[in-house]
Design a protein around this ligand. Structure first.
Ligand code: NAD
Length: 378
C-alpha cells in the first residue's frame, strides 16, 4: 500500500501460509484481517490505485517462475512503451517468520527450512534466468548475528589473519531453526551476488511492534496482522496484550536478553529507503534495521508503568526460560546505515506505548488468555 501510494505498480504474492499456520496452531489474531483480494479491492475504491494480487506458493519453482513470464501479470493501466512485464524491484518477505514455530517439533523445523530456503532459492534462480538487473530487497533478521561478545557491524567485518586482511560476512550464530534459515538465505543471496552479479539488499530486522501506519488512517480495515500468542506475537505487542487482560508479563528467565526493536512505521520507511538506494550489480548491501535496543526487563518496566497509569493491574512474572539463550550478555550493534539514508526513527516512548495500549484495549474482548503462553521448549 505504501509503494502503491507513491506511484509504484505493485503486485503482492502470498499463499496465506501465515493465516493457515495461525489456524492450525490455534494462534488466533487480535482481530480478523480481510483477504488480500478484498484489501486490494478496498484500496482501489479508496485511492483509485490498483494492487495486483497473486495467490500462489513461492516455494514451488514453477509458481515463482510463472511470475517472470512477460505479461504474466496483466498491468492494464500501464501504457509506457518501455514496459517489459518484468519487475524493477522484488521485496522478499515470504517466509515462516517464527522461532518457536520452527522449534515445536521436527515437522515444523522441516516446514520452516524447506519453505524459507526454497522460496529464496527459487527467487535467486528466477532472477538469474529472467531479470538479472532487478534489485532484490530481502528481509533478514538481527537474530542471524546472535549475541556475540564483540560489537555487531552492519553485515561485514574486516579480519586480519596471519598478516593478511580480507572482508567477510559478519559471523552468524543463530539460536533457532528459523534464524538459521535466515542465515542460509543470506548465504544463498551472497552466492547469487558473487556468481551472477545480482544486486541485493539484506535488511537485518529486529522485532517489530505497533500497527499504526499511515494507511490505516485511510481505512482501518488496512491494519496488518497482529498476533499476541507465544508463537507469532512479537515481544512488545505481546506484553501490551498481556497487560490489557491482566495476565502477568511473561519474562523468560533473568530478562537481560537485549535486542534491537523498531516501530512498524520505521519498517516501512526502511524498506522504502532500501528500494530507493539500490546497490550496484554484484553488490550485497546489508543494513541493521533497528532503531534502539532494550532488554526484556526494560520493555516489561515500560509496559508495567504505562499499563498501571491506564488502570490495568499489571504484574511481571519471571518464568523458567523455555528457550536456550543467554539471559545476560554484551550487545552493541551498529545501526546507522538506514538513518544515514534518511529514515526518521519513531522511538518507544511512554506516549507511543499509550497509543498501542489504546488500540489493543479496543479489542479486549477478542483476547484469549489461554493462547498467551504454552512454553514451547528449545
Ligand atoms: N515481524 C518481525 O518482527 C520481523 C523481524 C525480523 C525479520 N522479519 C522478517 O520479515 C518478513 C516478514 O515478516 P512478518 O512478520 O511480516 O511475517 P508475515 O508472516 O506476516 O509475512 C510473511 C508473509 O509471507 C507469506 N508466505 C510465507 N511463505 C510463503 C510461500 N511459500 N509463498 C508465498 N507466500 C508465503 C505468508 O503468508 C505471510 O503473509 C519475514 O521474512 C521475516 O522473517 C520479521
Amino acid at each position: 500500500m505504501r509503494f502503491s501510494r507513491l506511484g509504484y505498480e505493485v503486485t503482492a504474492v502470498d499463499n496465506y501460509f501465515r493465516r493457515d499456520a495461525c489456524r492450525e496452531l490455534d494462534a488466533e489474531m487480535l482481530y480478523p484481517v480481510l483477504s488480500l483480494e478484498e484489501r486490494a479491492r478496498i484500496w482501489h475504491e479508496k485511492t483509485g490505485k490498483e494492487i495486483k494480487v497473486v495467490i500462489g506458493d513461492l516455494s514451488d519453482p514453477e509458481v515463482m517462475r510463472s511470475l517472470f513470464q512477460p505479461d504474466a501479470i496483466d498491468y492494464k493501466w500501464c501504457v509506457d512503451e518501455s514496459y517489459t512485464g518484468l519487475p524493477d524491484v522484488i521485496i522478499h518477505y515470504a517466509e515462516q517468520p517464527s522461532a518457536p514455530y520452527s522449534l515445536m517439533d521436527y515437522k515444523h523445523a522441516d516446514i520452516t527450512l524447506s519453505n524459507n530456503l526454497r522460496v529464496t532459492n527459487n527467487l535467486l534462480f528466477a532472477v538469474r534466468d529472467f531479470c538479472r538487473g532487478v534489485h532484490i530487497v530481502k528481509l533478514g533478521t538481527m537474530g542471524e548475528y546472535g549475541t556475540p561478545n564483540i560489537d555487531i557491524e552492519e553485515g561485514w567485518i574486516e579480519i586480519e589473519h596471519k598478516g593478511r586482511r580480507d572482508t567477510f560476512l559478519y559471523p552468524r550464530q543463530a539460536s533457532s531453526i528459523y534464524h538459521t534459515s535466515k542465515i542460509m538465505d543470506t548465504d544463498l543471496m551472497w552466492f547469487g551476488v558473487r556468481m551472477w552479479g545480482l544486486r541485493v539488499t539484506d535488511l537485518m530486522q529486529g522485532p517489530v511492534y505497533g500497527l499504526e501506519t499511515e494507511e490505516i488512517r485511510i481505512d482501518p480495515r488496512f491494519k496488518t496482522i497482529f498476533n499476541y500468542d507465544e508463537i507469532f506475537g512479537t515481544l512488545i505487542n505481546r506484553f501490551i496484550t498481556q497487560a490489557v487482560v491482566g495476565h502477568p508479563l511473561t519474562v523468560y528467565g533473568a530478562g537481560g536478553q537485549t535486542r534491537g526493536y523498531l516501530d512498524i512505521r520505521d519498517t516501512l520507511q526502511c524498506v522504502l529507503a532500501a528500494v530507493e538506494n539500490p546497490p550496484e550489480p554484484g553488490e550485497l548491501t546489508i543494513y541493521n534495521q533497528i532503531m534502539e535496543t532494550f532488554s526484556v526487563n526494560e520493555i516489561a518496566e515500560i509496559v508495567h508503568r504505562v499499563g498501571c497509569q491506564r488502570g490495568h493491574p499489571v504484574s511481571i512474572q519471571q518464568l523458567e526460560n523455555p528457550r536456550c539463550e543467554a539471559e545476560s550478555h554484551y550487545y552493541n550493534p551498529t545501526y546507522q546505515g538506514l538513518v544515514e539514508l534518511g529514515v526518521k526513527p519513531h522511538y518507544l516512548t511512554d506516549e507511543s506505548v499509550h497509543s498501542l495500549f489504546e488500540l489493543v484495549e479496543g479489542y479486549r474482548d477478542n483476547i484469549r488468555e489461554e493462547i498467551i503462553f504454552r512454553g514451547i521448549k528449545w
